[in-house]
Design a protein around this ligand. Structure first.
Ligand code: MN
Length: 401
């Protein structure tokens, strides 16, 4: 099925070459996989003589898509998101712009011939096992020009960053790119009892790819409103620098302080409980960090004594009415992130408790919110400010059915 995907990539590339103009607008996710995807595509297009205008996004919110699709006659590329909302993008596009989606989340087919959904999930591959967005973008780059083979190590960093392993090892297409990077002496694999560790070979010595993934996540997510994604893209191409180290260090300090203060609030009555859910609202107290932080915060606290291990955990964070590179965008929305304790994870896996990717999107739809990518044990959507309690109520209703 990878052959059919590559064939369709070649088709999309021919369409880009035929499209008038030499400009690309590139939108990519702000986690490590998304940054690696953006880095690969930017360079691949620039090598082919295109002018690339690159934007990092936390999510392809409808308000953002609406603004993007006010344009006509453009080439628009989405990486590491949008696979599932190809029908919505098709409705926005109406054949007016050439749109490419290079994602690896669960996908739906496009309904507009000018929207190419090149998400490997539509080609029988598993995005949460075989192939990340970075690897998808690498194959796309190769289809453009074999010279892009020298970016295999960037794809490998994204693959490690997304943490989809089988028996502690990258598999399928992700494995193929990492082995290519090994062949090029850019990545070194070290075996241990439970799997493999991957190291980027760099001037300062070998760098563990999992740590580099966390480093990029911090730049992209905590640093989202402070140019972090741009620094992250630079790190993908040129490696870490004293300037990037300093920024990551500063962001980590901001993050620890904000998280510590939020835990104090939660202990002092900031946690609300309904029958099956415990929830809190950080408002804009995580500012200037991006809204991925409420999810990161949930990950940090989900197994601590401050939370009931038998209730779902939900955190809300207000989405700023501004997106770097876009200027003001009226969002008036909150993001909700959900997680569960380790014991509830077990119950979800064995089917005894409802999975988050069933519960949250259903409740979100009922209050008119927006969902794109949800997983069974981690999920996030957005709803209008003021709909928080209604959303929690809807989830309780779904859970009592
Ligand atoms: Mn990804």
């Amino acid at each position: 099925m990878i052959d059919k995907l590559i064939e369709d990539m070649e088709l999309a590339i021919r369409s880009i070459r035929k499209w008038p103009g030499k400009k690309i607008q590139l939108f990519h996710h702000n986690d490590s996989d998304g940054l690696c995807s953006g880095a690969i595509l930017q360079k691949a297009f620039e090598r082919a003589g295109y002018d690339v205008n690159r934007f990092s996004l936390e999510k392809p919110y409808p308000a953002v898509l609406k603004k993007i699709y006010e344009q006509d006659g453009r080439v628009l590329v989405f990486a590491d998101f949008a696979g599932r909302i190809a029908p919505m993008i098709s409705d926005f596009n109406q054949g007016r712009n050439l749109t490419l989606i290079l994602d690896h989340h669960v996908a739906e087919a496009s309904t507009d011939p000018n929207v190419f959904n090149l998400d490997p999930e539509l080609y029988g591959l598993k995005g949460d096992r075989d192939i990340t967005a970075s690897t998808t973008c690498y194959f796309f780059g190769l289809a453009m020009d074999p010279v892009n083979r020298d970016m295999a190590h960037i794809a490998a960093i994204g693959a490690v960053g997304d943490k989809f392993f089988e028996n502690g090892r990258l598999v399928s297409q992700n494995r193929e790119v990492v082995m290519e990077a090994v062949k090029q002496d850019r990545i070194e694999i070290r075996e241990h009892e439970t799997g493999e560790d991957y190291y980027l070979i760099s001037e300062g010595g070998p760098l563990p790819c999992d740590q580099l993934g966390d480093y990029l996540d911090t730049l992209g997510a905590a640093g989202f409103y402070q140019n972090g994604p741009d620094i992250g893209i630079k790190v993908c191409h040129e490696g870490i620098s004293p300037a990037s180290d300093r920024m990551v260090e500063e962001l980590r300090v901001i993050q620890i302080k904000a998280f510590d203060e939020e835990i104090k609030r939660i202990r002092n009555g900031g946690l609300k409980k309904t029958r099956r859910i415990q929830w809190f609202h950080v408002k804009n107290r995580f500012s200037p960090m991006g809204v991925k932080m409420v999810g990161a915060f949930c990950d940090n606290i989900k197994n601590t004594d401050d939370f009931d291990p038998h209730r779902y955990i939900a955190g809300f964070q207000i989405i700023p009415n501004e997106i770097p590179g876009f200027g003001p965008i009226p969002m008036d929305e909150v993001k909700i992130s959900m997680r569960v304790s380790v014991s509830m994870e077990e119950k979800i896996r064995s089917g005894k408790t409802m999975a988050l990717n069933i519960l949250l999107p259903e409740a979100t739809a009922r209050v008119g919110g927006f969902s794109d990518a949800c997983h069974s044990l981690t999920a996030a959507t957005t709803v209008a400010i003021g709909k928080e309690v209604a959303l929690i109520d809807e989830m309780e209703k779904i859970l009592t059915l």
